[in-house]
Write a protein that binds this ligand. Structure first.
Ligand SMILES: *Cc1c(COP(=O)(O)O)cnc(C)c1O
Length: 423
């Protein structure tokens, strides 16, 4: 499918005249339409709730937009908890799905009344102690069945090799122990495959978790209130992929729910999700300008963004589609490596990519950067993080995070004499 973008050259140039490139640009209308579609896809389940994975994009403006659709927060750290609470997304609107969790983070999650999702059986005592000797009334445990996660068309992922979650036996033991400690209501969570581009992932996962819920309830008497299908619903980064259809995904889960939970007398269980990528990836782009061209053993286009702004290509070799603004319909008759300025040879947004002829000064849009994009950024080479801008449903561009300045970068040196010279 041909990939298009929500921003035109004129608009991008206009924004760039106020906020220098590179910058992130988010599409409010797209975020809203998608949030609404997710809500409708699971409307058959009265208790349904999406907990947006804050790590995918911890921007309070975007979290607030999604909150209007009843979307809560899935947090995994102290600062994500703080951010959610500050947005007014608190109490049971927070799912705390962390791992290797420090005691003070459990304590804070408890204080906020968040739902705590335990990654390991040894965390029961650890969390109880951190929460002042009393566990919350509702808790969840994360399941890892081991082995490979298979769909009919092959292996999707490798849970047996993942650090997360409890074994099957540990799940039974954990629910018994938690009940002994006074926990009254339970959830079950699992995240078994990442960035799935198939409408079957959630249904397949739900089937496994529903079977487990029925058995857990039968053998331990635990009152299971929700099944958390977590994240893992992907987006079509590459034009040759078929995008997921959230309506079909919701219907798939509904079918398995009616097949398994309803006959077991457990037809009041709520479905929760913790999607990050699916909620935001498509609705954020990184806008960058071509500032150099280099002709050596290959053809290079040097841009003013680098892996500090978007790490996925460098870290995972991920494909991100690129549009040269104003040349949307030009023939892709040039082959380039599109590269950033880090002193690291993996700082490449595209390798051997067929694109229209690029001239210095052209604006490039790097697609599908709205999730695990800005948030994964770092400061290598002393490069600074860029601004984030929201393109409102009204067509107005609004700054929702300013670019870092050298003063931000040096601020943690404030305990040294040199700081005065850097300020
Ligand atoms: C990363 C993560 C998510 C979100 O995953 P996506 O692939 O972005 O949907 C959800 N839950 C947990 C526990 C995670 O670690």
């Amino acid at each position: 499918m041909k990939k298009t973008t929500f921003v035109t050259k004129e608009l991008a140039e206009k924004i760039a005249s106020e906020y220098p490139t590179p910058f992130y640009l988010y599409d409010e209308a797209g975020i809203r339409a998608n949030a609404k579609a997710v809500k409708e896809a699971f409307a058959w389940n009265p208790g349904f709730k999406e907990y947006f994975a804050v790590k995918a994009n911890p921007n309070p403006f975007l979290m607030n937009i999604m909150h209007e659709y009843g979307i809560g927060s899935d947090c995994s750290s102290m600062t994500e908890l703080m951010l959610s609470d500050a947005c007014g997304i608190t109490g049971t609107e927070i799912m705390f799905s962390s791992n290797e969790t420090p005691a003070e983070e459990y304590a804070y999650a408890c204080k906020l009344g968040a739902i705590i999702n335990l990654d390991d059986i040894t965390h029961i005592d650890f969390c109880e102690k951190a929460c002042g000797g009393k566990l919350p009334e509702t808790m969840s445990c994360r399941f890892n069945p081991g082995g490979k996660f298979m769909l009919s068309n092959g292996i999707m992922d490798d849970p047996g090799d993942a650090k997360y979650g409890m074994t099957r036996d540990q799940m039974f033991e954990a629910y018994r122990t938690l009940m002994d400690k006074g926990v009254k209501h339970f959830g079950i969570h699992a995240f078994l495959a990442s960035n799935t581009v198939t409408n079957d992932y959630y249904a397949q996962l739900a089937g496994q978790l529903f079977d487990l819920a029925i058995e857990l309830h039968r053998e331990t008497g635990a009152d299971i209130r929700f099944i958390n299908l977590s994240g893992g619903v992907g987006v079509a980064y590459s034009p040759d992929q078929t995008p997921n259809d959230i309506t079909a995904i919701g219907e798939g889960v509904h079918r398995v729910y009616d097949e398994k939970l309803v006959p077991a007398g457990m037809g009041d269980i709520a479905i929760y999700t913790e999607m990050g990528r699916f909620m935001m990836a498509e609705y954020g782009v990184l806008v960058t300008r071509a500032i150099h061209e280099k002709h050596t053993y290959k053809e290079y286009i040097g841009v003013d963004a680098c892996a500090v702004n978007l790490m996925r290509p460098a870290m995972y070799g991920s494909y991100h589609h690129i549009t040269v603004l104003g040349k949307e319909d030009a023939p892709c008759d040039h082959v380039y490596d599109v590269v950033g300025s880090l002193c690291e040879n993996n700082d490449k947004f595209a390798i051997d990519r067929s694109l229209p002829e690029i001239e210095t000064g052209d604006l490039l849009v790097i697609h599908d950067a709205g999730a695990h994009g800005y948030s994964m950024g770092y400061n290598y080479n002393g490069k600074l993080k860029c601004a984030e801008i929201l393109l409102g449903s009204d067509g107005e561009a609004k700054l929702i995070r300013r670019a870092e300045t050298p003063a931000d970068y040096f601020s943690t040196l404030d305990c040294f004499d040199i700081y005065d010279k850097l300020k």
